[in-house]
Ligand binder design. Structure first.
Ligand SMILES: Cc1cc2nc3c(=O)[nH]c(=O)nc-3n(C[C@H](O)[C@H](O)[C@H](O)COP(=O)(O)OP(=O)(O)OC[C@H]3O[C@@H](n4cnc5c(N)ncnc54)[C@H](O)[C@@H]3O)c2cc1C
Length: 449
């Protein structure tokens, strides 16, 4: 620990001393031989990176592991800006990784929260058909859920809908009692504590800007062979690592590119804005109420979600954002904007979905248009009952044909030294413990741990 403190790197929380090598400082600046060393560094302290780091240190307690995070706090981006739903695994193609990881992950998530005393509510969810033409799709979802082994699913009619959600109207609903809610930031912070208690090091305010291989052919010390990947941050500090795993969410394509991997698939940010029900109207919603999703999009549609603090969020929509970490309607980053508009994949996506995209954009600005969507489910909600709430930004991977990438993408660089998790799609928060196990298997295979 003292070594890292001397090297001026900012650590988060306390842990046993970590780096495997000799760190120190001469004449007020780092010298190559004093650089902190780690066997494996995980870039990104979102829920996926933290879960993976936790799993790796539990499997390999003798290794020196670090998590590198650009923000001052953990789980600051997607993992701290989401709906907080523990999904039960209904939507995903049977047999797909997403389906398996979600069903496994939800069970692991409940068990983990029980073990750690993290509060959650298994408040259930209704996916509600409000139009006749949605009923066949709802029934197909039910079949999917059964194939995915989601517990407790049943189709219910209008009367039972009202018994469960007295203010919700609908023709038919898929009742998923296993769905729940939790604060994923709290879950991620708990993973971080487990990691640190097992001896792992978390360095915050460490924005990785460069990764390169030291010249393995002429190392001055054995460390040069053992820790050949030099990682630099924005402030010019560096560490040496044996291997790197990146789980960088909205920046996963950039980190891949930095290390010499293909720039594709690119990340396109989709902002999701929520409304919140005024406290005196929260009685209108008991559990999660979701629409039958549009099969053309990976997003689940605007929904009613109770939160652990007793509030109710409505949303999110899905609007192409002009800034990757822009949480406000008019946030703009020239770099992110140029990155997006110069990507042919984005144009193909936009041109193929003009009317949907414009509709979402209109609803993002118009409160009454958003409320009209919600009134299909709860007619009593009016614009006077809602306030503009927080937002989240989804890291949506997009290929050059304009196709949204729907499953995990791994990519490797520097021989077998660097592994990128380029796409960890929703519901990666629900699935985080199951994903961590899959990532750890992949890490062991590729890094030969
Ligand atoms: C609006 C919204 C609603 C959602 N709802 C749900 C839900 O209800 N249930 C569910 O299961 N899932 C939900 N999801 C999905 C879920 O939140 C994400 O899949 C999950 O949080 C992804 O975690 P992550 O660790 O991959 O990414 P992130 O949480 O984004 O973490 C990536 C981390 O990498 C860091 N990083 C990036 N670049 C660098 C760098 N150069 N150097 C150092 N650090 C770097 C970032 O700062 C960040 O902390 C939702 C997502 C959104 C956006």
């Amino acid at each position: 620990g003292a070594a890292r403190a001397r090297a001026g790197l900012r650590r988060c929380g306390g842990s046993r001393g970590g780096g495997g090598g000799e760190a120190g400082q001469r004449g007020g600046r780092l010298t190559p031989r004093t650089v902190p060393t780690f066997d494996v560094a995980v870039v990104g302290a979102g829920i996926v990176g933290l879960a993976a780091a936790r799993e790796l240190i539990q499997r390999h307690p003798s290794l020196a592991l670090a998590v590198l995070e650009k923000e001052q706090e953990l789980a600051h981006h997607q993992s701290g800006h989401n709906s907080g739903v523990i999904h039960s695994g209904i939507y995903y193609t049977p047999g797909s990784l997403k389906a398996k990881l979600c069903v496994q992950g939800a069970a692991l998530c409940y068990k983990y929260c029980d073990q750690k005393g993290i509060p959650y509510k298994q408040c259930g969810k209704l996916i509600v058909a409000v139009e006749h033409d949605e009923i066949p799709r709802l029934k197909a979802l039910y079949e999917r859920g059964l194939q995915n082994n989601v517990p407790g699913l049943k189709l219910i009619g209008a009367k039972e809908i009202q018994e469960k959600e007295p203010f919700c109207r609908g023709l038919m609903a898929l009742d998923s009692p296993y769905t729940g809610i939790v604060d994923y930031k709290q879950v991620a912070q708990s993973y971080a504590r487990d990691f640190q208690e097992a001896g792992g090091t978390i360095l915050t305010d460490f924005e990785v800007t460069n990764m390169e291989m030291a010249k393995e052919s002429s190392p001055e010390s054995e460390d040069g062979l053992k820790y050949p990947v030099i990682v630099r941050n924005k402030k010019g500090e560096e560490i040496s690592c044996g291997h790197i795993l990146t789980c960088a969410g909205l920046h996963s394509d950039r980190l891949s590119e930095i290390s010499g991997c293909s720039p594709e698939p690119r990340i396109v940010p989709f902002r999701g804005d929520y409304l919140v029900l005024k406290p005196e109207k929260c009685y209108l919603v008991k559990g999660n109420i979701y629409p039958v999703p549009n099969p053309r999009f990976p997003f689940l549609g605007v929904h009613f979600t109770p939160r652990m603090d007793g509030s109710v969020w409505l949303g999110p929509n899905a609007v192409l954002a002009f800034k990757r970490e822009g949480y406000k309607l008019l946030d703009f980053s020239t770099g992110d904007f140029l990155d997006a508009v110069t990507y042919s994949g984005l144009w193909k996506l936009v041109l193929g979905n003009v009317s949907y995209g414009l509709g979402e954009l209109y609803r993002a600005f118009s409160l009454s248009a958003q409320v009209r969507q919600l009134q299909k489910f709860i007619p009593e909600v009016t614009t006077n009952d809602v306030l503009r709430g927080p937002s989240g930004v989804r890291a949506q991977a997009l290929d050059s044909h304009g196709k949204l990438v729907d499953d995990f993408v791994f990519d490797g660089a520097a021989g077998s030294r660097i592994l990128h998790v380029r796409n960890a799609p929703s519901p990666a928060a629900t699935s985080s413990l199951a994903i961590a196990s899959m990532i750890a298997d992949e890490v062991e295979r590729r890094f030969g741990l």
